[in-house]
Design a protein around this ligand. Structure first.
Ligand code: ASP
Ligand code: MG
Length: 446
């Protein structure tokens, strides 16, 4: 049986029933034979109970106004404990310390980044204890650990702290001979001064990836509430399917479009060590989900997914002077740089550069500035469709399939862009978006 790190997000530990499901799933990852020697046990990472991080931040803001309120925070946790037949003792100390921390904030009338990290940390500190207590109550030997007590060390960039290299050895050392299922707080750590830090919102995935890399596990499991990463947004394409295997590079292209399951940046530590990450569904635990691997070569399937973006503005910059001159593109990008606007797509001919900025801000200023060096034409109401897959790079005939599908659906393609990469994007009229996406999806996946 493979050795795994299992990460459960906020909704997966959001109430007693969800936590019961977590226990059922954890049980399936314990090898009955290996359990005798207590090696190879899964390591569990948890987020705070759903919504808790926001509630803690809110309590901090109230404390600044001298309102010491933590009823909701207390009630949510106590209700879960009660429903699981566990005693309040499990989190008694944390609630007490949280109360003290809020009082300190109120007295000082100030909440700095470090104090905010410390405040948010109570969410994971409580959820990990509740999950461990429940695992024990159903016969799975488990222990809650704060990430910093098993070796997570970061710099002091509160709110978005970076892991220090020594973390990996620390974790390998402290968890190697684990005798029970260890339930670790996601998202938080401590710096070298012993102050609590956080890894940034949603940081529990990052915690899991670091643990997986440090322990060199066979797989990191990210448990969410969908069957992995989908071939397209199911709200637009009801026939969207779960992707079996996807490369890290492909997942990164998709994440950009908000394929929300997980942010590839957070699993970089695992990818560097070639440890696969699997996105799974707690509501459908036998579904294989989506496996993200670092090695593109091993993946079959030419196209992995279709992403899209609405409300895109297309800026066409035409200069007869561009012909045979150097430095024109640099002048163009200088303007975008001036307004700190990043660019999604670029396509050029000898006389025209087409660009889609990734925000609608500053378009008027950009147009004005660019007009000094070229003729500028701004078209609003466009949409971008991106086809993502390694096959774009090395399979003859793929593009023709994309454009035939679009053509048959009467979708006019205004701009095309593909670098030597795995993402081919087209700009179409916004009103053609849905038809275009469905046509390409049908061509490759249905
Ligand atoms: N609880 C933290 C947050 O809400 C971290 C996480 O859920 O991954 O951002
Ligand atoms: Mg999350």
């Amino acid at each position: 049986m493979p050795i795994v790190v299992m990460k459960f997000g906020g909704t997966s530990v959001g109430n007693a029933n969800r936590i019961r499901t977590v226990a059922d799933i954890v049980k399936t990852r314990i090898d009955p034979k290996k359990e005798a020697s207590k090696s190879g046990l899964p390591v569990v990472v948890v987020s705070a109970v759903t919504g808790m991080t926001d509630l803690l931040i809110k309590a901090g803001q109230e404390a600044l106004k001298k309102n010491l309120i933590m009823d909701q925070i207390t009630d949510i946790h106590l209700k879960i404990l009660e429903d699981l037949n566990l005693t309040e003792k499990v989190i008694e100390k944390d609630l007490e310390n949280l109360g003290k921390h809020l009082k300190k904030i109120a007295d000082k009338g100030d909440l700095d980044r470090q104090e905010l990290d410390e405040l948010m940390s109570f969410g994971e500190r409580m959820s990990s204890k509740i999950v461990a207590a429940h695992l024990n109550s159903v016969g799975i030997d488990a222990k809650a650990e704060s990430s910093y007590d098993v070796g997570f060390v970061t710099n002091s960039n509160y709110g978005e702290a970076e892991i220090l290299d020594q973390t990996y050895d620390n974790l390998a050392h402290s968890l190697k001979k684990r005798k029970e299922v260890v339930v670790i707080t996601g998202f938080i750590a401590k710096d070298l001064h012993g102050k609590i830090t956080s890894l940034g919102r949603g940081g529990s995935d990052y915690t899991a990836a670091i643990l997986g890399a440090a322990l060199n596990v066979d797989e990191i499991e990210i448990w969410t509430d969908v069957d992995g990463i989908m071939t397209c947004d199911p709200r637009l394409v009801p026939n969207a399917k779960s992707i079996g295997v996807i490369s890290f590079a492909e997942a990164t292209e998709l994440a950009y479009f908000g394929a929300k399951v997980l942010h590839p940046k957070t699993i970089l530590p695992a990818m560097r060590k070639r440890i696969p990450v699997r996105v799974l569904n707690t509501h459908n635990p036998t579904h294989p989900g989506t496996l993200i691997i670092s090695d593109e070569e091993k993946i079959e399937g030419i196209i992995k997914a279709i992403a899209f973006k609405r409300n895109v503005t297309l800026i066409n910059i035409t200069s007869t002077r561009m012909l045979y001159t150097h430095g024109f593109l640099s002048k163009v990008f200088e303007v975008f740089d001036r307004y700190k606007v990043s660019v999604d797509l670029v396509a050029t001919s000898e006389v025209t550069v087409s660009i889609t900025p990734n925000t609608a801000h500053h378009i008027a200023e950009i147009k004005k500035d660019l007009s000094r060096v070229a003729h500028v034409d701004v078209e609003e109401g466009r949409a971008m469709i991106s086809v993502v897959g390694k096959g774009l790079q090395d399979t003859p005939g793929i593009s023709s399939r994309i454009y035939k599908a679009l053509g048959n659906a009467h979708v006019n393609v205004e701009v095309i862009s593909q670098s030597y990469g795995i993402n081919q994007s087209v700009i179409v009229d916004g009103k053609d978006l849905e038809r275009g996406v469905k046509a390409i999806h049908a061509e490759f996946f249905e």
